[in-house]
Design a protein around this ligand. Structure first.
Ligand code: ADP
Length: 611
């Protein structure tokens, strides 16, 4: 056999090019697969084209690009049923390169930003060499359609290649990559699948990953489904595509598929997932909706939707950008700004529509409501559209309510939409802050999402009613009659209030009587119009100061307050009790006493005295 092996030197240009490709693009090396798959798909398209006039060239029915990892041999083989290459074509296409091409390529590489480098190799027609980023030896066995001969081209990418006769039963090409030590990841089917999905989804030729037992898994959709008209696509196809773009395994909650024509031309196929994806949407910023230009995948980082709609997945494909669009252009072009606006409006109107079915909307809300709420403070323009989509727990009902729902239950004369924010939903329901509201039948929205401390202030009001935190400023509930309130007149309190103020002057800004409590003796509120208690808590945790001092509100009907009042009248000094009272109020809100040990000792002493 060996006497039939011909050794050829690469031109000096190829050697330099190999070096450039392998080193300059190392961090993006997964794109070797995009390049090789694209070559195979092109070869199959060419064969299909030639078959129009040469029947013998017709592609077999199951023609595919097959990608087969072999862990034992540490090889990755790509096989296609394409047009193939003759011996001369192998030498020409894989062994030489136009001098001018290399120079232009190396020049551009030098000038390019790192993130733009991967697109260069495709543009300069040097994609095949990217195989040497992951392989230290590459063999290409090919048989040209219309020929009986097959040849194997082989190289270690080091200055020379060999050509020798081979056998191949059908026309087409096999490329065998002997993987480098550090390229093991390309022996894993899931990794290959991921790369193909990411880069080759627009390719219309089917691409299969061949598993351990020879089982073939299709990795690309094969057709740009979004380009079809709605009537041509079945629900199953939508679902399959949805699973494939987002790595989901459920069904979409909403499927939006439309074509914009006129001033702006694009096709969009978007999905609102039916479940929360495993990669939590909370931390990850930025929409991953994919941008295609005339079917070609460009990027999934074009931020086609605002961050508060980042749970939406899918594809936008436009005619209005050039194929070789650069990153700078993506950032600057008004085309994308217009597409963004159109797509955002469409998603919001779909959600508005779907929200009419309260039961169907609940799972969506539970999955993505906390993300949607961010839109209230991030997007002034859309605020009014988002607000009616919000859902809440409340002190008055089980399940979820909307702002219009709340408003329909407001008491006559009620001037504000009341809400209470805390970290934990269970604590909210029991909060003493709610006692007076409950007793008077005034509903309070209960908010416990991490974003809830921020958006109500940004929204300000809904319709004509302001949103008000029940922990902020003094709330006058006197105009609403409380159920079962005893007729007993509250005890006089002047001496008590004065004594408490004196004792707590370092810790509270004011002490006042309140009608918002029923069972509890005391409660804290934020003074005036500054941040409410939860916001102050967050600011403190973030090391940004604690805001202003809180107000201590006391319940004159409570036995403890009455007892203290008597004591204040008779002895004047109640400094010790005042401190404990403040700590009680803090503990009720889930905060720690100022001095937990002293507080515990006092409680223990009180229990002992009572025992
Ligand atoms: P480009 O594809 O941009 O021209 P490449 O370096 O990737 O540059 O490939 C060089 C040439 O080799 C291709 O233009 C094509 O003619 C040929 N080629 C590569 N892979 C295949 C294949 N799988 N089947 C047939 N021809 C191929």
């Amino acid at each position: 056999m060996s006497e039939t092996v011909e050794r050829h030197e690469f031109g000096a240009e190829v050697g330099r090019l190999l070096d450039l490709v392998v080193h300059a693009l190392y961090s993006d090396r997964e794109i070797f697969l995009r390049e090789l798959v694209a070559n195979s798909a092109d070869a199959m398209d060419r064969r299909r084209f030639e078959a129009l006039t040469q029947e013998a060239y017709a592609l077999p029915a199951d023609a595919k690009v097959r990608i087969a990892p072999d862990k034992a041999a540490r090889t990755l083989t790509l096989s296609d049923a394409g047009i193939g290459m003759t011996k001369a074509e192998l030498a020409q296409n894989l062994g030489t390169i136009a001098r001018s091409g290399t120079r232009a390529f190396s020049q551009s590489l030098g000038d390019a930003k790192p993130e733009d480098k991967p697109s260069l190799i495709g543009q300069f027609g040097v994609g095949f060499y990217s195989a040497f980023m992951v392989a230290d030896r590459v063999t290409v066995t090919s048989r040209r359609a219309g020929s009986d001969e097959a040849w194997t081209w082989a190289s270690e990418g080091q200055g020379s290649y060999t050509l020798e006769p081979a056998t191949r039963s059908e026309p087409g090409t096999d490329i065998v990559l002997h993987l480098k030590e550090d390229a093991d990841e390309y022996l894993e089917s899931y990794r290959l699948d991921h790369v193909v999905r990411k880069w080759a989804d627009h390719i219309t030729v089917p691409i299969a990953i061949v598993g351990e037992e020879g089982k073939e898994e299709n990795a690309n959709q094969g057709t740009a489904l979004w380009r079809k008209s709605k009537s041509e696509v079945t629900e199953e196809q939508y679902t399959e595509f949805y699973r494939h773009v987002g790595m989901n395994f459920d069904k979409p909650y909403a499927t939006l598929h439309w074509r914009a024509e006129g001033a702006l031309e694009f096709t969009a196929l978007l999905f609102v997932p039916g479940m929360k994806p495993f990669q939590a949407v909370e931390g990850e910023r930025g929409s991953k909706v994919r941008l295609h230009v005339r079917r070609m995948f460009i990027t999934d980082e074009a931020e086609l939707l605002p961050t508060w709609l980042r749970f939406v997945q899918g594809v936008v494909d436009t005619e209005d950008l050039p194929l070789n669009v650069s990153r700078e252009m993506l950032q600057a072009t008004p085309v994308l700004t217009k597409i963004r606006r159109a797509v955002t409006g469409r998603v919001l109107s779909e959600l508005t529509n779907r929200a009419k079915d309260a039961e169907g909307y609940t799972p969506f809300w539970e999955n993505f409501g906390s993300v949607l709420k961010e839109g209230i403070y991030e997007d002034h323009e859309r605020r009014a559209e988002i607000a009616p989509l919000l859902r809440f727990h409340s002190s008055a009902i089980d399940g979820w309510t909307s702002l219009p729902g709340y408003m329909s239950r407001m008491k006559d004369g009620q001037e504000a939409i009341y809400y209470l924010v805390a970290d934990d939903a269970d604590a909210l329901k029991k909060s003493p802050q709610l006692e007076g509201f409950r007793a008077r039948g005034v509903e309070v929205l209960l908010l416990s999402d991490h974003v809830d401390a921020f958006w109500p202030e940004a929204l300000g009001r809904f319709d004509d009613k302001p949103l008000r935190s029940v922990t902020q400023g003094s709330v006058d509930l006197s105009k609403f009659a409380a159920e079962g309130e005893s007729g007993e007149a509250p005890v006089a309190s002047d001496a008590l209030v004065a004594a408490l103020k004196a004792a707590l002057s370092a810790d509270v800004s004011d002490v006042r009587t309140t009608d918002r409590l029923v069972d509890s003796a005391v409660v804290l509120s934020a003074s005036g119009s500054g941040p409410d208690l939860q916001m102050q808590r967050l600011l403190r945790r973030a090391g940004r100061g604690g805001g202003s001092l809180p107000v201590l509100e006391i319940n004159l009907r409570h036995p403890l307050i009455r007892a203290l009042s008597t004591r204040a009248d008779s002895q004047g000094d109640i400094a010790d009790e005042a401190g404990t009272l403040l700590d009680l109020a803090r503990v009720q809100d889930g905060d720690t006493p100022r001095d937990p040990v002293a507080f515990a000792q006092k409680v223990a002493a009180a229990l002992a005295a009572g025992a």
